[in-house]
Design a protein around this ligand. Structure first.
Ligand code: SF4
Length: 697
């Protein structure tokens, strides 16, 4: 409890896609407490990050003045910047000088080499309005679709499969629907760690008797609540899921009537999965044939079944295939379109759903309208009043490669940290160092900002007004609880000013004005005007004219051209880089409960960093003993791309033969090790599997 505060602000949590509503208590322009509100996704609950992760916004490390790279600064990428004084690299500048330099560099590249020589990374942590303005600026101001954000690194493969299969990349039902399900599958997701408040609904469902099937190569907390905990071999998702599909078809547990009325591709699936009997796949995926049969029967015969998945499914070179199998399971059993059923890829960042919806992706305008469809492009050219790029743009990892090839020369990065989050980090940082002009807009001097020519100090979540769309498709308002420090400015205003200095003529009265412009090109937001959001605090899209919110979609038809779902059968493919004599272990990466993604925020949150203060590599105690290593000692983890040092942690949840490294520690950066090879459809890198070795440091 708090005895002293002078203001309470209703807002939403800045961390994960659950979208918990918060009450932020402040005194003297400092947050003193964050508590839960009765939002539809959290019912007053918060996890440790939401409750204790707020003080990053008040960190002494906040950027408070614009910075310009000094002429005599060390070459970018040369030094370990963690131990350098920022003022050895940058000098403080006025806003006028910084904005002139920032826009001037981008415009000069555009005018000399064309807009295709520029690219932008926006942020899934920003608001919908910021995402919309950012992609509009890159498309309208530079005439290129080279604009992307970290969705490419999390659920891009899931979205590719969902758009292909059911015509929409968003979830079909909210996670609270687990309470109405008879069977819940959680695969490749660790909700108790990464979506903790959503996990409470799954645990409650299990307690009420819902069958809970948890599939993960690593053990996890949720398995204690599961009727079927399945620790399958890493990288064999398609073997396991196709074996389940085989059982459902062989034993005629599918819904023939539903398939006939709603689904194409069943015969092709039948032919494909004939080759995947559980008895053959058991050895491949490490789950006994009878268990696979039991799980398949449990899912198919339940009255209402729902599937949740996460990055364990998506972050593979076969990530789209993994999701295709999950979609096939739902479509052939008719477990979609009714309460308690459906497909739910659990979104990572607080606004990764909204940023994607707002068009912060290289192949789609807002609301997933393809940039390569001439009629749609003509409509957007008319709306924005400029010719637009007829080709889809490059994705995150492709942009990094294009810098090395000299194709991309300048970038504008807002609130993203590719120097930590991109795979094959040495390669990614070398690309940032190679840019002729880099503008970074952020709240901290991140590992990415160290490479910048101009750094623009921006607004933290707790300082701004904006809308955020959570994993359930619920649009909610975040409100400012703090004033910005020093000369920091609102992100949306900075984008507008850069756009105007680049030759555009933008004028907005405020955030609500931006939101209302978005709605003109986003039918998903029909019937959800700003006033309704302000009054309701949370509105689920799509909404009907009478105001009814559609929490469950696909009840009558799929949003595809012909209204039918489409099954695309998947083949079994090995991960890109499998262990061998030289690198005999599997490296997998992910998050910790206490730290958020690259750690830029939570490592500056005192309580959270006190709980998890140092870079770790985790292995099973059996494996530690087998390799003659010592728990708590410093080890070197090495792959074909680099080496890191970390403290060795014994963790029974990690499978034999595997090393787990979280990607939040800049002193032990996991992505120095990871494989940049992409899934061919979603263009997502294989963060979850590569070959590694470990030794005492
Ligand atoms: Fe924030 Fe997610 Fe935790 Fe909720 S579950 S408090 S949204 S981090």
């Amino acid at each position: 409890t708090v005895t002293e505060f002078d203001r309470v602000t209703d807002s939403v949590c800045p961390f994960c896609g659950v979208g918990c509503q918060t009450k932020v208590y402040t005194k003297d322009n400092k947050i003193v407490l964050v508590d839960g509100r009765d939002g539809p996704a959290n019912e007053n609950r918060l996890c440790v990050k939401g409750r204790f992760g707020y003080d990053y916004a008040m960190s002494k490390e906040r950027l408070t003045k614009p910075l310009i790279r000094r002429e005599d600064a060390p070459k970018r990428g040369d030094a370990d910047m963690r131990f350098m004084d920022p003022l050895d690299i940058f000098r403080e500048a006025t806003w006028e000088e910084a904005m002139e330099r920032a826009a001037g560099g981008l415009v000069s590249i555009r005018d000399t080499h064309g807009g295709g020589a520029l690219a932008g990374f926006g942020s899934a942590k920003g608001s919908n309005e910021e995402a919309y303005l950012f992609q509009k600026f890159i498309r309208q101001g530079f005439g290129t679709n080279n604009v992307d954000h970290c969705t490419r690194l999390c659920h891009a493969s899931s979205v590719a499969a969902l758009l292909e299969g059911v015509g929409s990349g968003a979830v079909s039902a909210p996670f609270m629907d687990a309470l109405q399900s008879d069977c819940v599958i959680v695969i490749g997701a660790r909700p108790a760690t990464n979506h903790p408040v959503a996990a409470t609904y799954l645990k409650q469902a299990a307690k009420r008797g819902t069958k809970l099937i948890v599939m993960d190569p690593r053990g996890q907390d949720l398995m204690r609540h599961a009727s079927h905990p399945l620790r399958f071999k890493a990288g064999t998702d398609v073997a396991l899921l196709n074996a389940m599909l085989h059982v459902i078809i062989e034993e005629k547990l599918y819904d023939a009537q539903y398939i006939q009325a709603n689904v194409d591709g069943f015969e092709a699936l039948k032919a494909k999965v004939a080759d995947f009997p559980p008895e053959s796949m058991a050895e491949v995926c490490g789950i006994e044939a009878e268990t696979i049969r039991d799980v398949a029967r449990t899912y198919a015969t339940a009255e209402r079944s729902i599937i949740f998945w996460g990055m364990g499914v998506s972050q593979h070179t076969h990530g789209t295939d993994n999701s295709r199998c999950l979609i096939a399971l739902a479509l052939i059993t008719g477990h979609v379109g009714r309460p308690g059923t459906g497909l739910h890829p659990l979104r990572g960042q607080n606004n990764v759903q909204g940023a994607s919806d707002a068009g912060l992706i290289p192949m789609m305008y807002p609301d997933y309208r393809p940039v390569e469809t001439p009629d749609i492009r003509a409509e957007m050219e008319d709306f924005w009043g400029r010719p637009l790029d007829p080709k889809k743009g490059l994705t995150v990892v492709e942009i990094i490669d294009a810098i090395h090839e000299g194709e991309i020369r300048g970038m504008y990065i807002m609130g993203e940290n590719p120097a930590m989050s991109d795979p094959d980090q040495i390669h990614a940082r070398a690309a940032l160092a190679k840019l002729e002009h880099l503008v970074v807009q952020d709240i901290f001097l991140t590992e990415t900002a160290w490479h910048a020519d101009v750094v623009l100090p921006a607004s933290a979540h707790a300082e701004k007004l904006g809308t955020y769309s959570n994993t359930n498709r619920q649009v909610q308002i975040g409100r400012p609880a703090l004033d910005m420090p020093g000369e920091a400015r609102q992100d949306w205003e900075l984008i507008v000013e850069l756009a105007n200095r680049s030759g555009l003529d933008w004028s907005y009265d405020g955030v609500a004005d931006v939101y209302e412009e978005m709605r003109q090109v986003m039918p998903s937001l029909d019937y959800i005007p700003w006033e309704r959001l302000e009054a309701s605090e949370s509105v689920t899209y799509p909404s009907k004219p009478d105001g009814e919110e559609q929490w469950v979609v696909f009840d009558d038809r799929f949003p595809t051209a012909d209204g039918r779902g489409r099954i695309v059968p998947a083949d079994l493919r090995a991960p890109d880089e499998v262990p061998d004599d030289e690198f005999p272990m599997i490296l997998t990466t992910g998050r910790l409960l206490e730290h958020w993604h690259t750690g830029a925020m939570t490592r500056r949150a005192e309580v959270l960093d006190a709980i998890e203060p140092e870079g770790i590599a985790a292995m099973n105690p059996r494996e530690i003993a087998r390799q003659g290593l010592k728990e708590g000692s410093t080890v070197s983890v090495e792959t074909r791309r680099g080496t890191i040092e970390a403290v060795l942690r014994a963790d029974r949840e990690v499978a034999d033969g595997m090393i787990f490294v979280p990607f939040c520690f800049n002193e032990s950066p996991a992505n120095r090790l990871t494989n940049p090879m992409l899934d061919p459809y979603g263009k997502i890198p294989e963060f979850k599997f590569c070959a590694a070795r470990i030794s005492a440091a």
